[in-house]
Design a protein around this ligand. Structure first.
Ligand code: LLP
Length: 446
């Protein structure tokens, strides 16, 4: 049995005793036959029924994490607005709405989903750098809680729309706090010069625009530093800047009553030491308590990331150029994170294996060299037909999946204390080109 030095994670298989926090976090444990089960449901039986690839989510994990985050605020008035982009399945949204969450959305599509899932319009925050007129108008008409503007240009656009349609709007200003957060550069958003947020030196100008439009009210000052953050320091630095701007807004006669710290709380994929909610919030409490504001956060990954696995089966094994390669039935179209960010996702056999670990490339069927789940990964050897669980697939998994290579998107399943249900069926291949027009100019030529 091999012990991974960094994580203390035993690599032999679940029967061999893998039970680190990533498994317990996901509601995973060996079932009666030793194979991996999620909240009492054997993953193998789900795969038998619905096929692979399949995304399987544990409702209990999401509830636990929501409750943990909620508790971390103690007496501080707060609201947790789930970042819908992480996993937008209606069943996940409904679950979080029932727990009392609000929703952080970034598109008209996400707004429709959030409203359909039962989020009250006033519990919805509309973020995003490039909202179209149609999206803004739909949000204004729906009466969303805050529209978080990210530029002076967007602010002026909202002002025009409110005038045109005689509607009042509560705004948030998402500022660019110019704080660097250590994470993959593609998901670091708080640094000056990036496309996100209103630069602090334009904040006063933004206040003036709002002053000139009676239908606009400044309700919130917001930031979002980035994603998969593991340290509290950047939040403290960002919060200080939010508070300074709160003072500035108050001095100019505005009365925002919400401070929005954004999302970004990281999870453990490999050997990261994630920030617990209490360690995230506690260092900020004194600062935040003096603000007199409701504290809003917009976590996505933290709530759903470790709650999901992607089940995939080994299609072929081959040996090439001295490397062992397992080709599985899920590709970068199903889970793009490894290809896009070189992200690590733990992969474990659903049925235990005590075989000596080898080094393996786990790759997908898509015709790109970047189509891999893991390269040179030390793990138990696999055989054709083996079922594998890819951990940490609850956030930005299905949500970022595509039909590349004309592959149908995977089925999604929700597990709830011994029960399970399909919450989105696998796409049908015929649906992929249902609306395409093969011969658009038929009959026009003589
Ligand atoms: N609020 C705003 C304005 C955001 O842009 C995001 C994420 C969140 C909240 C939620 O962040 P979270 O708590 O999930 O870290 N596709 C990448 C992650 C992109 C995050 C984009 N914005 C990944 O797979 O790692």
């Amino acid at each position: 049995m091999h012990l991974d030095r960094a994580s203390g994670h035993r690599r032999g298989g679940v029967g061999a005793g893998i039970l680190d926090s990533r498994l317990t976090d996901a509601g995973l444990a060996p079932g009666p036959d030793g194979s991996l089960a999620m909240s009492g449901v054997p993953l193998a039986s789900i795969a038998e029924d619905v096929g692979t690839p399949a995304f399987v989510y544990d409702a209990g994990t999401i509830r636990r994490r929501y409750a943990g985050l909620d508790a971390a605020f103690g007496e501080l008035p707060h609201r947790i607005c789930y970042a819908v982009k992480a996993n937008a399945n209606l069943a996940i949204l409904r679950l979080l709405a029932r727990l009392g969450a609000g929703a952080d959305i970034v598109s008209g599509g996400e707004m429709l989903r959030a409203l359909s899932a039962g989020f009250a319009p006033e519990s919805i925050v509309f973020s995003g750098v490039g909202k179209s007129d149609d999206e803004l108008l739909a949000a204004i008409m729906a009466g969303v809680g805050h529209i978080n503007v990210e530029s002076l240009a967007e602010l002026r656009r909202v002002a025009t729309l409110t005038d045109l349609h005689d509607q009042s709007v509560t705004l948030g200003i998402r500022i660019n706090p110019d704080v660097t957060a250590e994470t993959h550069p593609y998901i670091s958003t708080g640094k000056g010069g990036l496309k996100f947020g209103v630069p602090r030196d334009q904040f006063a100008q933004a206040l003036t625009v709002i002053d000139e439009v009676p239908r606009l009210r400044l309700g919130a000052i917001a930031m979002h530093l980035g994603s998969q953050l593991l340290q509290s320091g950047p939040y403290a630095a960002g919060t200080e800047r939010l508070l300074a701007l709160l003072e500035q807004a108050r001095a100019a006669g505005h009365a925002p009553d919400v401070l929005d710290l954004g999302g970004g709380l990281g999870i453990r994929y490999n050997d990261e030491v994630p920030l617990e909610p209490i360690d995230w919030i506690a260092p900020l409490v004194d600062m935040l308590a003096t603000s007199g504001c409701t504290i809003q956060v917009a976590p996505g990954r933290y709530l759903v990331g470790s709650a999901g696995v992607m089940l995939t089966r080994v299609v072929y094994c081959k040996h090439s150029g001295g490397r062992d390669i397992a080709i599985v039935d899920s590709g970068m179209n199903d889970l793009v994170r490894p290809a896009l960010y070189k992200a690590w996702h733990e992969i474990i056999p659903v049925r235990p294996s005590d075989a000596t670990p080898i080094r393996l490339d786990v790759v997908g069927p898509v015709c790109e060299t970047g189509d891999f789940l893991a390269l040179d990964r030390e793990m138990a050897p696999v055989r054709e037909g083996d079922l594998l669980a890819v951990l940490g697939a609850g956030a930005y998994g299905f949500a970022m999946s595509s039909n590349y290579n004309s592959r149908a998107r995977a089925v999604e399943v929700l597990v709830e204390e011994g029960r399970w249900a399909v919450v989105r069926p696998r796409e049908r291949l015929s649906d992929l080109f249902r609306d395409e027009v093969a011969d658009p100019f038929a009959g026009e030529d003589s």
